[in-house]
Design a protein around this ligand. Structure first.
Ligand SMILES: C[S@@+](CC[C@H](N)C(=O)[O-])C[C@H]1O[C@@H](n2cnc3c(N)ncnc32)[C@H](O)[C@@H]1O
Length: 212
């Protein structure tokens, strides 16, 4: 059952969807280009990718344009609604990454950017085990989270409403451990401080599924 914290985070994303659509900087793909290209080199054209926590679909759009087949999932109705308008070619489904409705070894790769940090650490482990299950042998996982220590509630003011979202930050060693404990060998891990927001650095990792 969805916890109160996750429900609050989901409803905040529902409301943030409209706000982010009107924020052109949100669609600035330059920041993510390097990460998408590295992922693409590891995965190859035509691969079937699970885009977990897709938000408005901006990365789905980039991945589709590179010739990847993408299934995008998110728990927020608002995000899915807007993503379908922004990326008409996309395949957007309302599915929780903690309850993946896909068969074993279905995907060549998983792309999970800036969404794992909305889960508590124990749940992040469950999500990664799920990614491992739905990935083919030697499948690729690209994952990013906000970099830092501990957790907090991010607060955004939208139309006079205080929207709160749970965020669990990861240090680089912590992210590395999360992957190795969930059946992935880390092939690339780095901290990205290129965001225009001074308070926002990311830890970004690429892992390969090791046989479990
Ligand atoms: C900050 S947005 C990131 C969106 C996009 N990946 C990006 O980097 O722009 C985080 C997204 O994760 C989604 N999310 C949070 N928890 C989730 C869960 N358990 N399953 C699927 N999506 C989830 C939120 O609804 C939100 O759309």
């Amino acid at each position: 059952m969805e916890s109160g914290t996750y429900k609050m985070t989901r409803l905040s994303h529902d409301r943030l969807a409209k706000q982010w659509v009107n924020q052109p900087s949100y669609f600035d793909s330059k920041i993510k280009e390097g990460h998408v290209n590295r992922f693409f080199r590891a995965v190859g054209k035509g691969a079937l990718v699970l885009d977990a926590g897709c938000g408005l679909g901006k990365e789905a759009k980039m991945l589709i344009s590179k010739g990847l087949r993408v299934i995008s999932i998110d728990t927020s109705k608002g995000m899915i609604r807007e993503a379908r308008k922004i990326v008409p070619k996309g395949d957007f489904r309302r599915i929780d990454m903690l309850d993946l409705k896909f068969k074993d070894k279905n995907f060549d790769a998983v792309w999970c950017f800036s969404s794992i940090h909305h889960l508590r650490k124990a749940d992040a482990r469950l999500a990664l085990r799920g990614f491992n299950r739905v990935l083919k042998d030697r499948g690729i996982l690209a994952i990013s989270s906000k970099e830092g220590k501990g957790w907090y509630y991010n607060i955004a003011l939208v139309n006079g409403m205080r929207l709160r979202r749970f965020i669990k930050q990861y240090t680089k060693p912590e992210m590395e451990k999360l992957l190795t404990e969930s059946g992935f060998k880390v092939i690339d891990i780095r901290v990205d401080r290129s965001s225009k927001r001074k308070d926002w650095s990311r830890v970004v990792a690429i892992g390969i599924k090791t046989i479990r």
